[in-house]
Design a protein around this ligand. Structure first.
Ligand SMILES: Nc1ncnc2c1ncn2[C@@H]1O[C@H](COP(=O)(O)OP(=O)(O)OP(=O)(O)O)[C@@H](O)[C@H]1O
Length: 226
């Protein structure tokens, strides 16, 4: 779907990405993994076109339409969940039936008349998830979708993303958690200090090593293996 070729993104003091080359394939669930400051959000901003690289290029084999779930949304606090989805739904030309479907899917149908200011963090994140599920765009990009979700909703999120894949969509999500990436994703793009440490099908990446899990492989690659 897209190839990153020697991507560089510099900020005034920091390097967001440094010579990052990778391939992301269509119809897969892709984990964009890495620690704090690895470059995940930087890469997402390049993928959604919010920023341009200073060097290298993104070569889209097929340019998909994109749905996006940011890591933090400040929904207007005085609006209800229903009103927010109505607003976003009308921009995306999605029907009331579709809005009802996604609100039910994220467990907020019974809370649809409640103002967002009264929502817990997890409920706001589920509303964020709901808005990203509205629409039929081919590629779903999610920045830290597990943020603020409890164990049950993380399990539900996995289910929801599998459903997206079954509908033929491509999902790319960022995460700090390699165990979560391994449980859910088909493919991995693991960044470390702005560089690509691993990229490919998780099974292939692991089978080329003696490691059973990505976390062990990551520790080995960065020289912290026990
Ligand atoms: N707008 C910006 N201005 C200056 N530096 C930035 C900016 N955005 C990112 N950086 C720097 O680029 C590097 C990568 O940051 P980025 O936010 O992409 O990492 P991340 O993997 O998303 O991290 P985290 O998991 O902590 O959110 C960091 O060193 C960060 O300080």
């Amino acid at each position: 779907m897209v190839e990153g070729k020697s991507l560089v993104k510099k900020y005034s003091e920091h390097q967001g990405l440094l010579d990052a080359s990778f391939t992301l394939n269509e119809g897969r669930i892709i984990a964009l993994a890495g620690g704090n400051g690895a470059g995940k959000s930087t890469l997402i901003r390049l993928l959604i076109g919010e920023e341009q690289p200073n060097g290298g290029e993104l070569h889209w084999v097929s340019v998909p339409s994109i749905r996006y779930m940011p890591d933090d949304v400040n929904f207007p606090p005085a609006l209800t969940a229903e009103e927010i989805l109505q607003l976003l739904g009308s921009l995306k030309k999605e029907s009331a039936k579709e809005r009802e479907k996604v609100l039910k899917r994220v467990g907020l149908w019974d809370y649809r008349k409640q103002r967002v200011s009264q929502f817990s963090k997890g409920m706001r994140q589920r509303l964020n998830l709901a808005q990203s599920l509205l629409g039929k765009e081919q590629l779903l990009i999610m920045d830290e979708p597990t943020n603020g979700l409890d164990i049950l909703w993380i399990a539900e999120l996995k289910q929801i993303l599998q459903e997206q894949k079954e509908q033929g969509k491509t999902v790319l999500f960022s995460t700090h958690l390699l165990s979560f990436a391994e449980e859910l994703a088909d493919d991995i793009l693991l960044l470390h200090n702005g560089r690509v440490l691993m990229n490919g099908a998780i099974q292939d990446v692991l089978s080329e090593t003696s490691c059973e899990h990505l976390e062990e492989l990551f520790m080995q690659r960065i020289g912290l293996a026990k």
